[in-house]
Design a protein around this ligand. Structure first.
Ligand code: DQA
Length: 147
């Protein structure tokens, strides 16, 4: 798809990456991840908007704003993945293809992380590849948009 733009949305506590449980999430900061994403986007010729918030309602609003645009959302909703019906409903209503991403493998951790409120309204889930989860999601996004 020409003029594809990606919205990379990050939820709560992802601003703490780098120092937050490095054994689980690695040493890269969110700004390191943003740089890697922008570098790849430049090579692939896609536009990227990158945004982080700790607030559920702000995630809902960002998802809502994509409606009717040529966008794919790459979403790491953090802990809201496991709890937020509001974010789930926003994704369903926006009709914007959304890829769920996680740095850690949520299926190999505590049982409460195995359930995702958003998985079935997303196009797919990429989980467990650290910062590479975002880069893999970008490739998936381009394929999705080309379908
Ligand atoms: C996470 C996994 C979630 O369970 C957790 O609450 C996060 C980060 C991840 O990227 O691995 O905040 O989404």
């Amino acid at each position: 798809m020409k003029n594809l733009s990606l919205l990379v949305l990050n939820g709560p506590n992802l601003n703490m990456l780098g120092s937050r449980e490095p054994g689980v999430y690695g040493r890269m900061t969110l700004s390191d991840i943003e740089k890697a994403v922008r570098h790849k986007a430049l090579k692939l010729g896609v536009k990227v908007e990158f945004f982080q918030t700790n607030h559920e309602g702000e995630l809902v609003e960002r998802v809502q704003k994509t409606r009717g645009r040529k966008q794919v959302i790459i979403l790491n909703a953090g802990a809201y993945t496991h709890t937020s019906i509001a974010i789930r409903d926003a994704i369903a209503a926006a009709e914007t293809p959304t890829i769920e991403v996680h740095l850690s493998n949520v299926h190999a951790r505590e049982p409460f992380r195995r359930h995702s409120m958003i998985a079935d309204v997303c196009a797919g889930q990429i989980t467990g590849f650290g910062a590479d989860s975002y880069l893999l999601a970008m490739e998936a996004a381009i394929r999705l948009a080309d379908r």
